[in-house]
Design a protein around this ligand. Structure first.
Ligand SMILES: Nc1ncnc2c1ncn2[C@@H]1O[C@@H]2COP(=O)(O)O[C@H]2[C@H]1O
Length: 169
């Protein structure tokens, strides 16, 4: 990374899930990150298969149980996703603030999920289907390191300086 670690600059993984891609929300969601001075340093589109989904959500079954793992894994393979590596100060926490709470009906207005996703906790639980919440983001710095490394090789991550960074740092 171009910046000194003591500035708190870090990288995090974001997935625009199949519902975001199918609904044509990719541009609007990415704009929110860019507006918050989160820099795109890696991007690709991918169709997940069962094996890679397991690698991505390697501890989800252990943490939340087989039902949530299975419904989430199935949903994530229903269409292509767009994967992004975002870089910025406190990027992991910042991205999670921007996307909002896991269940769209609990996500604050102004967040991506609060504004664009509609499914309620109750409907997800009753149907047994995965919560369609548009975006996945790394939960903490360790997860971010693992997920960025899983999705992007070193050669697929870029270094450059934005105008906003010139002003901020
Ligand atoms: N409490 C929960 N109930 C149902 N699904 C959940 C819950 N917590 C997390 N998930 C799902 O597990 C996924 C973990 O990573 P994501 O952010 O991709 O999206 C999450 C949801 O799809």
């Amino acid at each position: 990374m171009a910046d000194s670690p003591d500035l708190g600059v870090e990288r995090t993984l974001v997935l625009l899930k199949p519902d975001a891609v199918a609904r044509g929300l990719a541009g609007r969601i990415i704009t929110r990150f860019e507006d918050a001075v989160l820099k795109i340093v890696g991007v690709k589109m991918a169709q997940l298969d069962a094996e890679f989904t397991r690698k991505h959500y390697f501890d989800l079954e252990e943490r939340l149980g087989a039902d949530i793992y299975n419904s989430t894994a199935k949903f994530m393979q229903t269409g292509p996703v767009i994967a992004l590596v975002l870089e910025g100060v406190d990027a992991v926490a910042k991205v999670r603030q921007i996307i909002g709470a896991t269940y769209p009906n609990l996500a604050a207005p102004g967040t991506v999920r609060g504004d664009y996703a509609h499914q309620t906790k109750a409907s997800s639980e009753v149907s047994g289907k995965a919560v369609m919440n548009l975006v996945h983001a790394s939960g903490n710095s360790d997860e971010a390191k693992y997920e960025v490394g899983l999705w992007f090789g070193e050669e697929e991550q870029f270094e450059y300086e934005t105008l906003a960074e010139k002003l901020a740092y």
